[in-house]
Design a protein around this ligand. Structure first.
Ligand SMILES: [Zn+2]
Length: 67
């Protein structure tokens, strides 16, 4: 089974069907941002990295607001 986000073979079934929490979060972010209008196949590593960074910033901002 391969992760639909980064296409790596799953090693941890905890986040099935994703390989990690990171990819699960990216998927969540994709839905949230409506990025699924763009086929995942057309995303290159740079796009994924940017998306992940945006998501991490979001999470960081959320955490800051909670404190
Ligand atoms: Zn993955």
């Amino acid at each position: 089974m391969k992760c639909p986000i980064c296409r790596q073979e799953l090693t941890d079934m905890k986040y099935k069907p994703f390989c990690s929490k990171r990819c699960a979060d990216i998927d969540l972010g994709n839905w949230f941002n409506g990025a699924y209008a763009i086929p995942v196949e057309e995303m290159d590593e740079e796009d994924i990295r940017e998306l992940n960074e945006a998501l991490e910033n979001q999470l960081y901002e959320t955490k800051k607001e909670e404190q």
